[in-house]
Write a protein that binds this ligand. Sequence first.
Ligand code: KIV
Length: 278
Amino acid sequence: MRPADLLTCKQEGRPIAVLTAWDALSAALVEEAGADAILVGDSLAMVVLGHATTLPVTLEEMVMHTRAVGRGLQRPANQQPLIITDLPFLSYQCGLDQAVAAAGQVLKNSPAAAVKLEGGEPETLAVVDRLVRSGIPVMGHLGLTPQSVHRLGYRRQAKDPISQERLKRSARDLQAAGCFALVLEHVPAELAGALSQELQIPVIGIGAGEECDGQVRVTADLLGLTAKQPPFCPPLLQGRELCVDALRGWVGGLQPAPPTTPTTPAAPHYSEPSPLDH
Ligand code: KIV
């Protein structure tokens, strides 16, 4: 899959499935499940690195995890899901050249073919424009943007008509700046549905209703592996409980080692004379 193939999916009315992965094991599962694209999301900061927010993850860590994801894929290269990697907090907000260098580092040093970044402010639009003109495909992300947690919280976004209009404008601007797709997180379903109708690029929803061109989920949430799931991502199974129960059964089933019968050491045929013998 290439970024442009997602547009074909939208044009042909085929729903786009995007799942996150963070290492070779999760990537293999997601590929086998048939996802069109793998997002190496900066949610890995919380899901696998144990941070309280996505802010601390570094560009180097994102590259390292993306390389591991690439190693987990088994299909021939032209049949593999598209890999999109999140640009982490402050890797693209400190100037256009730095943003190009950060995105370039991802594309040069990992199998990612696209990056994702959050927001639709004029500064972000300038970054998207510059990246796209440098040959780097960019996915946008609006609504609940976890890198702005200290400003917006983890709350549902765009609840009133004014903020809905603002979000619509940002979505149009991101499309005009060259984004090949747009993630909408935790926004009203009607808004996401309307934007999916209006925009040419695919709208990929999470907590944004059923009427998007595609859906993205944090795989660990979907499998019920994380301790706390977001309200808009009900798990498909109680993965954490299943795993802990299975492991507890194994731990509890360990048997004490059978007692060993003491063996008398064989008498040596010949012993060196000890200096004490004299
Ligand atoms: O980091 C991530 O996993 C994401 C998804 C929630 C879209 O950005």
